[in-house]
Design a protein around this ligand. Structure first.
Ligand code: 13P
Length: 252
């Protein structure tokens, strides 16, 4: 399996001032783990402080979103180049909260993913079904459509730099995690979808699970064949709890 990737999505939490104390604590807590890629996505205003607080540690930075436009009259937006300049290697696109509150469509997700790849960054593309989708037995159909739409235009060559996050909406912030078996079922389908799109390159794309990942359920999720990491919300806000999720993904 490829190196697991555990990412923290702070959402609209952690001010720059709070980041200054969080960053060195996390860096110290994961300093001995080198077989897991650790990524932190703070709000834009805390990224610079995070970069300084992580210092020489191997922790990577991510934006929580990005504009598909390079620059110009787009009030409130942040470009790929702006994130890169702050040291970000990744950006999350298509999070269900942006799809829900900001009307983000698959077409925009794909435009953002392509802008990131063209700019030398790596997209974390989020997909996931609602509770209604699941109850109507439409999970795989919905997730596949988001995958095809959100990755439209991405080449097999570019797929190397891609991460996909499967986050069932009903599991986000609810404490109701998908069981490892249930998550694996969708991850397996996502893997097949990636292979259909990218051939062999689809085998190596890392697929994260997200939705109420906690220190006590992370190991069982990570043990599943097609679960290559986690995208963590609430439990990432405490450095000790996030570090113990990272440790659950480590083989040592
Ligand atoms: P929670 O871990 O708080 O459920 O959030 C998951 C998520 O949305 C990460 O992007």
């Amino acid at each position: 399996m490829s190196r697991p990737i555990i990412a923290a999505n702070f959402k609209m939490n952690v001010t720059a001032g709070e980041m200054a104390s969080y960053a060195p604590r996390l860096a110290a807590a994961v300093a001995d783990i080198d077989d897991v890629e650790v990524v932190v996505a703070p709000p834009f205003t805390s990224i610079d402080r995070a970069a300084r607080g992580f210092g020489n540690s191997a922790i990577r930075l991510a934006g929580q979103d990005v504009s598909e436009q390079p620059h110009g009259a787009f009030t409130g937006e942040v470009s790929v180049a702006m994130l890169r300049e702050l040291g970000c290697r990744y950006a999350i696109v298509g999070h269900s909260e942006r799809r829900l509150h900001e009307g983000e469509t698959d077409a925009r997700v794909s435009a953002k993913a392509l802008a990131l790849l063209a700019g030398g960054m790596r997209p974390i593309v989020c997909v996931g079904e609602s509770l209604a989708d699941r109850e109507q037995d439409r999970t795989l159909e919905v997730v596949n459509a988001q995958l095809r739409g959100g990755l439209a235009g991405v080449s097999a060559d570019q797929a190397r730099d891609l991460v996909v996050a499967y986050e069932p909406i009903w599991a986000i912030g609810t404490g109701r995690t998908a069981t490892p078996e249930l998550a694996q079922e969708v991850h397996g389908a996502v893997r097949e979808g990636l292979q259909a799109l990218f051939g062999d390159a689809g085998t190596d794309v890392r697929i994260q699970y997200g939705g109420s990942v906690k220190p006590d359920n992370a190991a069982a999720l990570m043990a599943q064949r097609d679960i290559d990491g986690a995208l963590v919300g609430g439990a990432s806000l405490d450095p000790a709890s996030f570090a113990s999720i990272v440790r659950a993904a480590s083989s040592r």
